[in-house]
Design a protein around this ligand. Structure first.
Ligand code: FAD
Length: 516
């Protein structure tokens, strides 16, 4: 299809426009729209596409107020749409106000620079240019005043009011306001440094800085490591009582009714548990793989790679390792070109022949427990398993930097039951797996792609409200991992992230609580 041939895919969080959906997206929409008109053959468009994708990740939380879209004008089917919008060169970016009329051609971004930060600022400028109907989901972006604050809690039913003090040129207040758009019980307003009354009342001396303001005039400074957008947004999203809006309300009842569930196992949220890893192996080897009656060709090669990586790098208990090694040696010696699941299963269970070899039956989720039975568990275990394996390959000095990741890629592509997940993961692998050129870059690649998935899934229905998807590790878990560039944009400090991952997923930090 046209969408697949273009520069973006469904996993990019960019609305892919086509003649069938363009009117619904651009005409009379409740959200403003930013549209990139591109041609898939155009070199500048190809070069720009990673920036546009990063922008989509960066302002994902703003979607109800302003959404990103793209259309490939080189696709035959789309020609007419692009002509109607009078597109002459690529890439062209246009902004469509909320409630645009059918005859609106949009506002072109003139001489836009190709970086996320300035595009984001341009989008805010354009949002503020709404004269008639303001997008209903968009909170006020103009600076607030003492007078407004005085009556704020009379007219707004929220627990926390965050005031961001900044100078007129700063966009942080507006960015954080939009970052919090989908959260309840918190409102954000910007206060200019020239608003003398409030500045004096709160004793503000640093710009930017963020204060929490409460009914009756109490206030407190929001503690953050660095005075910058992402640190404010992260801290505000996690204030007590702040929740994502639009959650299904059935949550608590469901949780209480469900008494047949096994008892909750208390655990430390910042540790890895062997019980999750063994549960993952159980489910993968006894349930997921059982969906394949026979392994041959690509599937057989994938199975062999997966088991060999497990036998080599899984930091398991001796009994489990004995089993994995015996299954592996059987499998690698099998030359018939075809193996039935039954034969595989026999070896897996029949290791009675081999003394002291077994994989415990059943699952005991610990760090991967979810607040409801359909949350977390196996997919959480799969991520954890492969993080552990990349780290283990790094510390035992494997020879091929891609050994673990290509085993994972093949496993996911051939066997992982979540098919949309497999497709998204394959897109990421195709896009950037070739950048991995060392064992440590393999560890970092998986970490950063996992964060992309987290970004995409934050707020999705599959997200366990008790375990919100974050850009991981949080500032609380690793403050040195987070830093900012000179212009205040968040930057991961990879020199710190790597040792953090190596230690977090190392075999010596894995807890053995709850094992049989
Ligand atoms: P998970 O994301 O499963 O993470 C497990 C644990 O790993 C976390 O609790 C945390 O301790 C740690 N962690 C979190 N982030 C990182 C990181 N960046 N680096 C290292 N460790 C980290 N679901 C979908 O709905 N759509 C998809 O497209 C999709 N794709 C997937 C692709 C793969 C390959 C896998 C394995 C899963 C995918 N899932 C997808 C499932 C989804 O990613 C989660 O696994 C699931 O929602 C459970 O989430 P969780 O809260 O347990 O955390």
């Amino acid at each position: 299809s046209a969408a697949e041939a273009g520069l973006y895919t469904a996993s990019d969080q960019i609305l892919l426009l086509s003649p069938g959906n363009v009117e619904a997206a651009l005409i009379n929409s409740t959200a403003a729209m930013v549209v990139e008109f591109y041609a898939s053959w155009c070199g500048h468009c190809i070069a720009f596409s990673p920036v546009y994708k990063s922008l989509a990740r960066d302002i994902k939380e703003w979607k109800p107020a302003v959404n990103l879209a793209a259309i490939d004008c080189a696709a035959e089917d789309n020609r007419k749409v692009c002509t109607n919008y009078r597109i002459r060169g690529y890439p062209t970016i246009k902004f469509f106000h909320a409630y645009s009329k059918a005859d609106s051609a949009g506002l072109a971004f003139k001489d836009f620079s190709r970086d996320v930060r300035s595009l984001r600022h341009k989008i805010i400028d354009k949002l503020e240019s709404h004269v008639e109907a303001w997008p209903p989901a968009c909170p006020p972006l103009e600076p607030t005043s003492q007078a407004e604050i005085d009556i704020f809690f009379e007219t707004n039913n929220v627990q926390h009011l965050a005031l961001i003090f900044e100078d007129a040129k700063s966009y942080i207040g507006r960015e954080v306001t939009l970052d919090l758009l989908q959260f309840e019980n918190v409102a954000v307003r910007r206060v200019l440094n020239t608003e003398a009354g409030l500045v004096t009342k709160l004793g503000v001396t640093e710009f930017p800085s963020c204060y929490l303001y409460y009914p009756g005039g109490n206030f407190t400074r929001l503690p953050v490591n660095i005075e910058a957008r992402t640190f404010y947004s992260y801290a505000l999203q996690r204030l007590p009582g702040v929740v994502r809006s639009g959650r299904p309300p059935s949550f608590t009842t469901f949780f209480h009714i469900n008494t047949t569930e096994e008892p909750w196992r208390p655990f430390n949220k910042s540790r890895v548990y062997m019980s999750d890893l063994e549960s993952t192996l159980h489910y993968s080897l006894r349930v997921e793989l059982a969906a394949q009656p026979v392994f041959k060709g690509e599937a057989l090669r994938s199975l062999k790679k997966y088991i060999s990586v497990l036998a080599k790098y899984f930091p398991g208990r001796p009994v489990v390792m004995n089993l994995l090694k015996s299954v592996n040696s059987w499998l690698q010696n099998e030359t018939s070109g075809q193996i039935s699941y039954e034969a595989f299963k026999d070896i897996l269970e029949n290791s009675a022949q081999i003394p002291n070899a077994a994989l415990p039956e059943g699952v005991r989720w610990v760090g991967c427990q979810g607040s409801q039975p359909h949350f977390r568990r196996y997919p959480c275990g799969v991520w954890t398993l492969f993080h552990v394996l990349t780290v283990q390959a790094n510390s035992t000095g494997g020879s091929d930097p891609l050994e673990v990741l290509s085993a994972m890629r093949n496993y996911v592509q051939n066997f992982f039951g979540c098919r949309p997940c497999a497709e998204h993961f394959e897109n990421m692998a195709m896009e950037s797996l070739m950048e991995v050129n060392s064992l440590s870059s393999a560890v970092l690649w998986l970490w950063s792609r996992h964060n992309r998935v987290n970004n995409r899934l934050a707020g999705a229905l599959s997200e366990d409200p008790k375990f919100p998807k974050i850009q991981w590790p949080s500032p609380e878990m690793c403050s040195a991992c987070h830093t900012v560039k000179e212009n205040g944009e968040h930057r991961w400090n990879r020199e710190q992230v790597l040792p953090f991952l190596l230690s977090y997923f190392s075999s010596s930090s894995i807890l053995t609580d709850y094992l049989e």
